[in-house]
Ligand binder design. Structure first.
Ligand SMILES: C[S@@+](CC[C@H](N)C(=O)[O-])C[C@H]1O[C@@H](n2cnc3c(N)ncnc32)[C@H](O)[C@@H]1O
Length: 312
């Protein structure tokens, strides 16, 4: 598909390039913020699964740059933003990068060290595995990323803090909701307007971190094991129907983003340019610097080159 064609079909892709965002995902965080006022009073943030970096850009533009440009700023007052991903990403003003796997305890330790004993006000996680198209499988792997995120949250988020996590809606959504409710007094599942209706993605917006009394973050490892063994004997068995009947939960689900704004499932004509010339499609703001598909592209290029040589 050509750039111009995608520009018409995907309004948020086009707007992201026009506004200097590295990915259209930036609008998802901005629209969640419009509804939930995420950034008020926030000084320390962790961005889990951050590459190529559009959420980190939002954090930098909303928190770091205003503080840095403020006439009465003091050096120690600048917000702390730590971003983690398996992939490296190009630098962003005011964002400390950690390359690592969030399911690995050592990564969590590196993040915690950056906070130097202080706690974070907000943790965001837009992590997604490589989607296979097998919904149960994708939903399961996604839930593992959320629980890894929650483990980092348990070590680093202050009481009253917020956690935003991408989820895949599926048959275990109610279980996930109940697990998050153990730690946050308010949990809402939100669907920003920039997230396509055809996608099973949504975002858990968890407010007011308040773990159960006597909770030890290490207990979360048990929770991870339970979700990892859905056919075990445990009473949290996902297949046992324990959230059906009288135990059924109703999850607050909220569409967010200006409802009269752009619809991510619609095509829009390209804008007309004042001098009558055609609209020039823009290049992506910052392509990934070492994407996982890089090697595949190199191999494809090398093999097509090889075929041409044989042809000649
Ligand atoms: C949808 S992208 C995130 C987009 C990002 N929020 C942005 O706005 O640019 C999902 C990211 O999750 C990362 N990811 C997946 N599994 C991970 C893991 N176990 N640890 C760290 N990052 C992971 C991927 O490398 C990928 O960059």
């Amino acid at each position: 598909m050509g750039k111009a064609s995608r520009d018409k079909r995907d309004i948020y892709y086009r707007k992201a390039k026009e506004e200097g965002w590295r990915a259209r995902s930036a609008f998802k965080l901005l629209q969640i913020d419009e509804e939930f006022n995420l950034f008020q009073g926030v000084k320390r943030v962790v961005d889990l699964c951050a590459a190529p970096g559009s959420w980190s850009q939002v954090l930098s533009r909303k928190l770091y740059l205003p503080a840095k440009l403020s006439p009465d700023k003091r050096e120690g007052d600048l917000p702390l933003i730590v971003a983690i991903d398996l992939q490296p990403m190009a630098p962003i003003d005011g964002v400390i990068q950690v390359q690592g796997d969030i399911t690995n305890a050592r990564t969590a330790e590196v993040v915690i060290r950056h906070f130097d004993g202080c706690k974070a006000d907000l943790v965001v996680c837009d992590g997604a595995p490589d989607v296979t198209g097998l919904h149960d499988m994708d939903e399961f792997v996604q839930s593992q990323l959320i629980l890894a995120g929650l483990t980092i949250v348990a070590h680093i988020l202050r009481d009253g803090g917020k956690f935003i996590a991408k989820i895949f809606r599926g048959k275990d959504t109610s279980l996930l909701y109940c697990q998050l409710k153990l730690f946050f007094s308010v949990v809402t599942f939100a669907k920003p307007k920039s997230s396509r209706n055809s996608s099973i993605e949504a975002f858990a917006v968890c407010e007011n971190y308040s773990p159960p009394e006597g909770f030890n973050p290490k207990d979360l490892h048990r929770l991870l094991e339970k979700v990892g063994t859905p056919t075990g004997e445990d009473d949290l068995d996902c297949n046992s129907g324990w959230l059906e009947g009288p135990n059924k939960v109703y999850i607050p689900f909220l569409a967010c983003g200006d409802l009269s704004g752009y619809d991510s499932d619609r095509s829009y004509p390209l804008p007309t340019v004042a001098d009558g010339t055609t609209y020039q499609s823009l290049d992506p703001v910052q392509p990934p610097i070492a994407p996982p598909y890089k090697r595949a592209l190199e191999m494809k290029k090398a093999s097509s080159h090889g075929i041409r040589e044989v042809d000649q």
